[in-house]
Design a protein around this ligand. Sequence first.
Ligand code: ISC
Length: 378
Amino acid sequence: MQKWMTEFSENEHAVYFASADKATRLVGFGCQTEISGWTDQRDLNAWVQQQRTAVFGGFNFDADQELPGIMGGYFFTPNQVIDLNEASDWGTTVVSTPKHALQLLTETNEVDWTTRMQPVLETMQTDCTKQKVVLGMQTTLDFDASIDIAQLLESLVAQQPNSYHFVMKSGEIIFVSATPERIVKLAGNQFETAAVAGSIRRGDDEQADTVLADALWHDQKNREEHQIVVNMLVKQLADISKLTYAETPQMLKTPQIQHLYTPIQGQLNAETPLFALVERLHPTPALGGWPREWAKKVIEDYERAPRGLFAAPLGYYSPNGMGEFIVGIRSMLVEANQARLFAGAGVLAESDLAQEAQEIQLKMTPMRELLEDQIDAK
Ligand SMILES: C=C(O[C@H]1C=CC=C(C(=O)O)[C@@H]1O)C(=O)O
């Protein structure tokens, strides 16, 4: 286990952010100032402008659904931010005392998900203006003892090497995401975003994997689901920037899932704050849907519980204007003995809800596997 992981678990406030390529690996400890419960984006912007060091945190997926604590949207300025790619002493191995292996006591699933979502599908089948909605699910796991955060970080780094990592701790509450999706990265007048939508499992060997990738690439429903995201990103950005992207998607692979993927580069016409870009894009139809307001209402009405940081923009923002935000999918909220896992799937009129429910289970496996490292195997 590395030194920063134990330090993280011992701090009241801590944050870890890593880009998918690991060119950025930041960890922050302590809290100088914090903000939550803002009602107007301008209050958040004003607060950010007052900070002299980087701020870290995330938005509430839907600010109209108020939630307490960090799930309602939370940013803070750590006392100390360490660049793990430079400060090698924080990466030194420390001996950790083996903890009590966890036993899973109960697992609570949304067993009614497909029947509950059926009316949404029927609306889409009768009204072709309702093109896409991403429907989420939450699973709660209760253990006999508290989850070891340092061990969780070690598992995350080892098991999800190609994903963005975001872990934020405030007191006893920790939000963890190993996501393949970045909403936006800004440096000067250059930004990067991407459409990640359309999914299939990984194959057992290279040949099976390629067959599955090929099936996904040629699948009409998935291509349509992906194109809705590309179109919206372009629509929201074309008036303020010059965009570069390919006409057809490539594949993006995580250990469990492969996705259709269209990276988009942009050059801003005029200086634009990072939060203004986030506001234009969130929620993209990879997390919300299309039309946007209809999808937002469906999510509010049909999902069992508000999302909070799940599927919301999470990241950091430096005083020089640079920063990066990812979306908090493939995620969980950990509090003492409990983990609440989140995932969702894009639904179109031609979707099979049972199949989408299976896809959601697959999308929960990255977080499940982090916990399995701590479970008593007997
Ligand atoms: C909402 C999630 O995935 C989104 C991102 C990529 C692919 C997706 C899909 O194929 O449905 C989803 O839109 C999730 O993982 O919880």
